[in-house]
Design a protein around this ligand. Structure first.
Ligand SMILES: *Cc1c(COP(=O)(O)O)cnc(C)c1O
Length: 388
């Protein structure tokens, strides 16, 4: 173990704070460390593992494709990308897809698309406590100073306004505004849920002022909230939706989906990504989308959501330390009256992996195929950690 830690220390840039754990194997919601200790994973892959670890259908798809063709560039055609795009559109809205490799890159694409669409209008309104990625423009769109400090000057043309405040948005719209960008549930910002009326008014405002509504579903997408995409809870359609995290079942693939009528605004040579939508990652993503349907994971997520919410609500009655519980589906935030770091560490010692975001919000995002039994075990550990 020490050798691994030493290698990281000597050869890997220290951009992540880490737990001293080495994982070697995963299956559904279980992970094994190097000592063969088993963990229950209630935060699989930072939102990547909506199907849990090593889903058999995803493994099979990857194996099949790897043995045929690993890569072919985007100046040729291949089957997996064609099928994946069709499947994405079937489950979302009439549109066209651009494939890339990460959430930040998908959002970067949405920003570039908006500027091209705007023909001189370039300003994008985003929200306080939002998170859209670490590349320069997605960082400029991110409404949290802590991520931006030291990297100025950031690209121009981004305005950050208060979340769920339609008046603030209306005041910020000017003759240079081209788009409004938001997460419907702010993930890194502390699991803050957009209010229904706010989103409906945003949609109306965008229609009136010819603005693009960009919904960042990098964390909320692919069944996380009990629907394929979170916007489907709101009865609206975005102009642009960005996806990443859970899309590839653990492989890096991201997508920007754009409403069909405007989608040809980016033509040949205007935007590109060498690896975007390659055969292996596309095949894996196709397997993910099919498994969500075939295994009725949206239904299970909705059911397990109800069960998990009832359990954490019961914890709230018992532990005054819990201030508020927020979320939709299996994206749940538990706001504490104190920092959450020690609770996360106590859970980890007992074999439960959870996350804490925004200092004091415990974040639970179990796989969509989580079971009642696994929820019971997690709640039991959490209960003890909160008692200590
Ligand atoms: C994680 C995340 C991103 C960034 O995705 P990367 O793949 O890390 O670039 C963007 N938006 C949201 C909402 C995210 O949760």
């Amino acid at each position: 173990m020490q050798e691994v830690f030493d290698n990281y220390k000597d050869y890997i840039m220290p951009t992540y704070s880490k737990f001293p754990l080495i994982f070697v194997k995963g299956k559904a919601s279980r992970l094994w460390d190097i000592h063969n200790k088993v963990y229950l994973d209630f935060f699989p892959g930072w939102g990547v593992g909506n199907l849990g670890h090593c889903h058999p259908k995803v493994m099979q798809a990857i194996r099949d494709q790897v043995s045929k063709l690993i890569f072919i560039p985007n100046n040729y055609y291949h089957l997996p990308q064609a099928k994946l795009a069709e499947e994405l559109i079937r489950n979302s809205f009439t549109g066209k897809v651009f494939f890339c490799n990460s959430g930040a890159e998908a959002n970067e694409g949405a920003i570039k698309f908006s500027r091209k669409f705007g023909k001189g209008r370039y300003e994008i309104i985003s929200f306080e406590n939002s998170f859209h990625g670490r590349t320069m423009a997605s960082l400029a769109a991110t409404g949290q100073k802590k991520y931006q400090q030291g990297f100025e000057p950031l690209p121009e043309g981004f305005i950050s306004v208060k979340f769920n405040d339609i008046q603030a948005v209306k005041q910020a719209v000017g003759n240079k505004t081209v788009a409004i960008m938001l997460e419907l549930i702010q993930g890194e910002g502390g699991i803050n849920v957009a209010e229904k009326n706010f989103v409906l008014e945003l949609r109306n405002l965008c229609n009136e002022r010819n603005l693009l509504l960009i919904i960042d579903e990098v964390q909320t997408g692919i069944g996380r909230t009990g629907k394929f995409f979170c916007y489907q809870h709101y009865g609206i359609t975005p102009d642009i939706m960005t996806l990443a995290k859970a899309l590839g079942g653990g492989l890096p693939i991201a997508a920007m989906v754009v409403r069909k009528e405007i989608s040809d605004c980016l033509g040949p040579g205007m935007h590109a990504s060498t690896f975007g939508g390659g055969p292996v990652v596309s095949k894996a993503a196709l397997a993910v989308l099919r498994a969500v349907k075939k295994e009725k994971l949206l239904t299970n997520a909705a059911k397990m959501s109800e069960y998990l919410f009832s359990k954490v609500n019961a914890l709230k009655v018992k532990h005054p330390l819990i201030k508020e519980i927020r979320g939709i589906g299996l994206m749940i935030g538990i706001e504490l009256a104190q920092e959450g770091k020690t609770i996360v560490e106590k859970c980890l010692q007992q074999g439960l992996l959870i996350n804490c975001t925004h200092e004091n919000v415990l974040r639970l995002m179990p796989a969509l195929n989580i079971t009642k039994k696994e929820i019971d075990r997690a709640i039991d550990i959490l209960d003890k950690a909160l008692t200590g």
